[in-house]
Ligand binder design. Structure first.
Ligand code: NDP
Ligand code: 2IT
Length: 452
């Protein structure tokens, strides 16, 4: 057992930086958690004695492998594949797979670390992992995507399993890619098991898994507002992204009577002053999911503004913000602009979309700010339910899953309130609440299982 004092934040971060050179996203995510939990560790020395945070921030395993495939012109292509198995104290490793040219070890380690705490918050028995590749699916044919997925799984299959590690989708990995990877896993192993979640309904998928992340992030927003006696109704909402999470965040905002006015992709954002309606959203779903087109088409079709050059929507006035694209898409300047425009609540659909100094500005302004590990946990929550259904070889009814998702989000909110409230006012530090709330569960399991 460790005999030293609990390190200061600076000492702790210094060690993380030394051990992980050139990994800024990973360091950022660990720093954010350390900022919340080090005081808690001081008050609960057993977590220091067992070096829990130090162990949690060192992945169990980092797998990196070559993925070769042949494009439609017959050229050999080489990408790098990864799986980070961060922590399995409370269940099999679980977390998505990302295909995007920016993917590297730092990004996947941050995502696997975040996933460990997020999965704990769901209340379901899932450890944390993440994987992916620097493969860029944009502009690739279906046949190319299939060959890539098959090659990726030809290595990955030996590291995963329904009781070992259960991947799912993330950026660039949706139903199509999960289908190709599942097919290849089954072919290699001759086993039909729930080794991936986010599957199609015809072959073991769960109702509402597709909707769960975006819906969940807006439920969390609703719960934060309810906590202070407000509702989403009539409030202007800024959404970034136009993929799986963004589409369903917009859908749930509409169902709750809010007025979403923006969506984006990597080229820029659309601002529809009149409001995005369900009909316009259906156009976006077809545009993005079937035709794989650019969000600019929305502006042309519906006469909305388009802001190019990869602009993000944070300059648009609105009270609610649901960032649903990628990490570090809200910086300190954006946060100041949003606060100046009267934003009252931010719910992160994406993972770590807000830079650390922007988070601190939101906290200082005491607005409601829900970090991704709490707000976007509905996706992996329903993935956990898909695992249960696969193990039992049954499919639950959609209404049942809708209710379970709602309950999961509510209980995460309650857990954040429990660990993130101080004093007698209604202010909740959701960052602190989520970090401590997730940490405690994993930490206690690690202590019970000894030094492994
Ligand atoms: P999708 O691939 O469906 O959509 C991603 C969206 O974000 C697209 O609009 C994409 O634009 C945009 N985007 C991605 N990378 C960048 C970038 N570097 N710069 C600007 N825009 C970018 O992914 P998801 O909707 O599944 O994921 C979105 C976020 O939500 C990610 O942070 C992911 O980790 C997180 N998340 C996803 C969950 C899920 O269940 N899918 C669960 C929990 C969190 P373009 O098409 O131009 O690339
Ligand atoms: O970041 C995430 O939580 C996901 N991409 C979903 C993970 C999952 O296993 O469903």
């Amino acid at each position: 057992m460790s005999r030293e004092e609990v390190p200061s934040l600076e000492e702790f971060v210094d060690g993380v930086e030394k051990r992980n050179p050139g990994q800024p996203e990973f360091i950022q995510s660990v720093k954010e958690v350390a900022h919340s939990v080090l005081d808690f560790i001081k008050e609960n020395p057993k977590y220091h004695e067992h070096q829990i945070l130090e162990r949690m921030a060192e992945p169990d395993r980092v797998l990196s492998f070559r993925v070769c495939w042949i494009d439609d012109e017959g050229h050999v292509r080489v990408n790098r594949g990864y799986r980070i198995q961060n922590n399995n104290a409370i269940g099999p490793y679980k977390g998505g797979i990302r295909f995007h040219p920016s993917v590297n070890q730092s990004i996947l380690k941050f995502l696997a670390f975040e996933q460990t705490l997020k999965n704990a918050l769901t209340g379901l028995p899932m450890g944390g992992g993440k994987g992916g590749s620097n493969f860029n699916p944009k502009g690739k044919s279906n046949a190319e995507v299939m060959r890539f997925c098959q090659s990726f799984m030809t290595e990955l299959y030996r590291h995963i399993g329904e009781d070992t590690d259960v991947p799912a989708g993330d950026i660039g990995v949706g139903g199509r890619e999960i289908g190709y990877m599942f097919g290849q896993y089954k072919r290699i192993t001759n086993r039909y098991v729930g080794v991936l979640t986010g599957k199609g309904m015809e072959y073991g998928g769960s109702p509402i898994r597709t909707e769960a992340t975006g819906y969940g992030a807006v439920y969390f927003m609703q719960d934060m507002l309810t906590h202070v006696g407000k509702t989403p109704e009539g409030r202007i909402a800024l959404v970034s992204g136009s993929g799986n999470v963004a589409q369903h965040a917009v859908e749930k905002l509409l169902q709750l009577g809010a007025k979403p006015v923006t969506m984006s992709d990597s080229s820029g954002f659309i601002y529809d002053k009149a409001g995005i309606t369900q009909e316009k959203l259906d156009f976006v779903k077809d545009l993005k999911n079937n035709r794989r087109g650019r969000i600019e088409e929305y502006a042309t079709k519906f006469g909305a503004e388009f802001h190019g050059n990869s602009a993000r929507p944070w300059s648009v006035p609105g009270e609610l913000a649901v960032p649903c694209a990628t990490q570090n898409e809200i910086n300190a300047d954006d946060a100041r602009t949003m606060l100046g425009n009267g934003v009252i609540a931010v719910s992160e659909g994406a993972n770590m979309p807000t830079e650390l100094d922007a988070v601190h500005l939101f906290q200082e302004a005491r607005i409601m700010f829900a970090p991704g590990k709490a707000a976007n946990a509905g996706g992996v929550g329903v993935s956990g339910l898909e695992m249960s259904q696969n193990s039992a070889r049954i499919t639950w009814k959609e209404e049942e899953l809708q209710k379970l998702l709602r309950d999961i989000m509510q209980s995460i909110h309650d857990r954040c309130v429990k660990y993130g409230s101080s004093g007698s006012d209604k202010y909740v530090d959701y960052v602190k609440g989520a970090n401590i709330g997730g940490f405690v569960k994993v930490a206690d399991a690690m202590i019970a299982q000894g030094v492994v």
